[in-house]
Design a binder for this molecule. Structure first.
Ligand code: SAM
Length: 229
């Protein structure tokens, strides 16, 4: 392991707003200590929670935390060296409404419960997981939506931003089949939205690479729960 990575891991362990559940805590033998208690975790107090899953350096988490001080934001990634960057910035800026969580996404329902008031999940540029055999790993697969439903608010909303048209087509099909509410869809974010829109203001590391390669960025916002009632 590189010294740089090691230093980041050491810093993560010292930062009070970085949570890294270990194997035993996630084993399911007993409930994770923050499950249903995230409202008490933030120095700024409780409030509606937004998750950014596969956050990398947490660009959306940071931007939204600055814009909405009354809301709470948690950046989640399986790679500690990546979320370290967002964690450092939020500490330097003294953002009391931000946390970072090192976690494999499929374990998310072991860490959050219905009392945590998760209202939103952002998925900026998730790994597209191409091919049939990997479909269940897509963060918008019905199996993932089922996990999110265990702890999200009934009005919860998901945001997917991607350059991958197969992942977008897959997600639109899931939305249709499950009768979820389709609130917003842009087939070309950077042509259809004004420059000052959040989706154009926050350009993540991966988005910058995709844009310079000439790729088209799409976005969909949809309800987590069916809208057929
Ligand atoms: C393509 S990168 C995008 C990062 C960031 N959202 C951005 O736009 O720059 C995908 C990120 O998702 C993380 N990731 C992939 N699968 C994951 C999973 N199952 N659980 C948690 N994080 C995951 C990776 O470690 C990586 O940081």
């Amino acid at each position: 392991m590189s010294r740089n990575k090691l230093r980041r891991f050491e810093e993560n362990a010292r930062m009070p707003h970085v949570v890294q559940p270990d194997f035993v805590q996630l084993s399911g033998m007993e409930s994770f200590y923050l499950k249903d208690h995230w409202q008490e975790f933030f120095p700024a107090g409780g409030g509606p929670v937004t998750l950014e899953l596969g956050c990398g350096a947490g660009e959306y988490t940071l931007a939204m935390a600055r814009l909405f001080p009354d809301r709470r934001f948690i950046g989640i990634d399986k790679k500690g060296a990546r979320l370290w960057r967002g964690a450092r910035i939020s500490l330097e800026e003294k953002l009391g409404n931000v946390a970072f969580l090192r976690l494999q996404g499929h374990l998310i329902d072991r860490v959050f419960g219905p009392r945590d008031q998760v209202h939103e999940i952002w998925l900026p540029f998730p790994d597209p997981q191409p091919g049939l055999s990997r479909a269940r790993k897509r963060l918008t697969h019905p199996a993932f939506l089922e996990r999110y439903r265990k702890f999200c608010h009934p009005d919860a909303v998901l945001h997917l931003k991607t350059d991958n048209s197969d992942l977008m087509a897959f997600t639109l099909e899931v939305i249709k089949q499950q009768q979820l509410g389709l609130f917003e869809y842009y087939s070309d974010v950077h042509r259809q939205l004004p420059e000052d829109h959040l989706l154009r203001q926050v350009i993540t590391k991966y988005e910058a690479q995709f844009l310079s390669a000439g790729r088209i960025i799409q976005y969909v916002q949809f309800s987590l729960f069916p809208q057929n009632h």
